[in-house]
Write a protein that binds this ligand. Structure first.
Ligand SMILES: C[S@@+](CC[C@H](N)C(=O)[O-])C[C@H]1O[C@@H](n2cnc3c(N)ncnc32)[C@H](O)[C@@H]1O
Length: 398
């Protein structure tokens, strides 16, 4: 790596920026004595940090919720496809570019690449998110679109032993009984559909409406009961979403082939991914957020997870960014980063709300380092790596 920048132009005073990160500090002198401020400042100097607010509104998903395809499902940890397009334009990358996203999430980078006619590859560990990303980037034939247009929801009938197959502890509290029965009826009808792509997009449609018809919604680091619950009929919600999905796939149905792999991105060397021009991604942040908690409804109702044991195994394979990770095997991972060692030391000697936090950070940054080393090997000379991290983004030249 030759250089690392945080954003491109210096348009704001560093101190003003820091106030954004330290909103509770009023007096400027206060934060100058803060341990993290000083560590941050050292990094600014070492890596020639620059500030630019150009991208500020593009690093979250809110601008995306009305855009075709992206609007199917509100993936709150995603960013805007405009960010990808702006970065590619800024770096003058187009046509023959190979873009790689090791944390593909709901597929924002990959959908944006497809819209630009760019070859793209992604890896995503969460089977639900991976399913979403695949169905958003597939090409559908006229015949497949025709089958979708003629799909009809089944007739309603009550279902016996509705909850029996689910191990999930809160299963009985998630939906009105009739709505849950309708979910199961739609699932059964989808299973009968032989065409794999049609089957997959119908299933996506169902996944996209689960929160809408549930008593629960995503909130913070998990689920929360909706304060005001408005009953929405599963069949009606499904029909509406399917219409939206059909009209969107007609718009972005170019011939570009996107490859998405459901795996841990640290296994990148097991896959044939090379000649990368640009890796662009937002990793899970080391902020204790657990993706498997937030996407619990989709994971269980989508039957991507059938037991708590399967869930534990998925957690073990994800990047160590939360306290539900399995630390037994991770105690030996020691970061070699000269930036991180003083921070971990500081945290080890500070009273924290959970004493696993330094261990988590240690594992997190070791794993990120491992990924970045692999990316350097797989990137063409002169290629790029862009890391989007909250309202910072970092780009490195290979
Ligand atoms: C910040 S989100 C990415 C969102 C994405 N940029 C988008 O716009 O949809 C990070 C993603 O990394 C995934 N993830 C976590 N650990 C992973 C791993 N070891 N390998 C691959 N993906 C992983 C999470 O499931 C999550 O979807």
């Amino acid at each position: 790596m030759e250089k690392v920048y945080l954003i491109e132009e210096e348009i704001n005073e560093v101190n003003e920026q820091l106030l954004l990160f330290y909103p509770n500090l009023n007096a400027k002198e206060d934060y100058k004595t803060d341990f993290f401020y000083n560590e941050y400042k050292k990094l600014d100097v070492e890596f020639n940090t620059r500030y630019d607010l150009t991208y500020q509104y593009l690093v979250n998903f809110s601008k995306t919720k009305n855009l075709p395809i992206h609007r199917w499902f509100y993936y709150q940890e995603g960013y805007s496809p405009e960010l990808i397009k702006k970065v590619l334009k800024y770096l003058n990358l187009n046509g023959s570019t190979h873009l790689f996203d090791p944390f593909a999430g709901s597929g924002t980078s990959l959908v944006a690449a497809k819209e630009l006619g760019i070859k793209a590859t992604g890896i995503e560990i969460n089977p639900f998110s991976c399913h979403m990303a695949i169905s958003k980037t597939q090409n559908y034939s006229e015949e497949e679109i025709n089958i979708l247009e003629n799909f009809e929801v089944p007739n309603y009938k009550p279902i016996k032993k509705l909850f029996e197959k689910y191990e999930l502890s809160i299963i009985e509290n998630l939906f009105e009984i009739e709505n849950f029965e309708k979910i199961e009826l739609i699932k059964k009808k989808i299973e009968l559909e032989k065409n794999k792509k049609v089957n997959s997009i119908l299933f996506t449609t169902l996944l996209c409406i689960l929160q809408q018809v549930s008593y629960y919604k995503k909130a913070g680091n998990g689920l929360k009961k909706k304060r005001i619950y408005k009953s929405v009929d599963t069949f009606e919600a499904f029909k509406f979403k399917l219409d939206e999905i059909i009209s969107d796939i007609k718009l972005n149905n170019n011939k570009n082939k996107t490859v998405i792999i459901n795996d841990n991105c640290l296994n990148i060397n097991n896959h044939k991914i090379d000649e990368i021009d640009i890796s662009i991604f937002s990793p899970p942040y080391a902020n204790c957020f657990d993706y498997y908690e937030v996407y619990k409804i989709e994971l269980w109702i989508g039957e991507f997870v059938k037991s708590y044991e399967e869930l534990r195994n998925l957690r073990k394979a994800a990047l160590t960014s939360n306290l539900n990770a399995d630390f037994k095997k991770k105690t030996k991972i020691v970061t070699t980063s000269k930036v991180l060692i003083p921070i971990i030391d500081y945290l080890n000697n500070t009273k924290l709300w959970d004493n696993k936090i330094p261990k988590m950070l240690n594992a997190y940054f070791s794993e990120m380092e491992q990924l970045l080393v692999s990316l350097v090997e797989k990137t063409k000379n002169g290629g790029y790596c862009v890391v989007v991290n909250h309202n910072n983004f970092i780009y490195c030249l290979n």
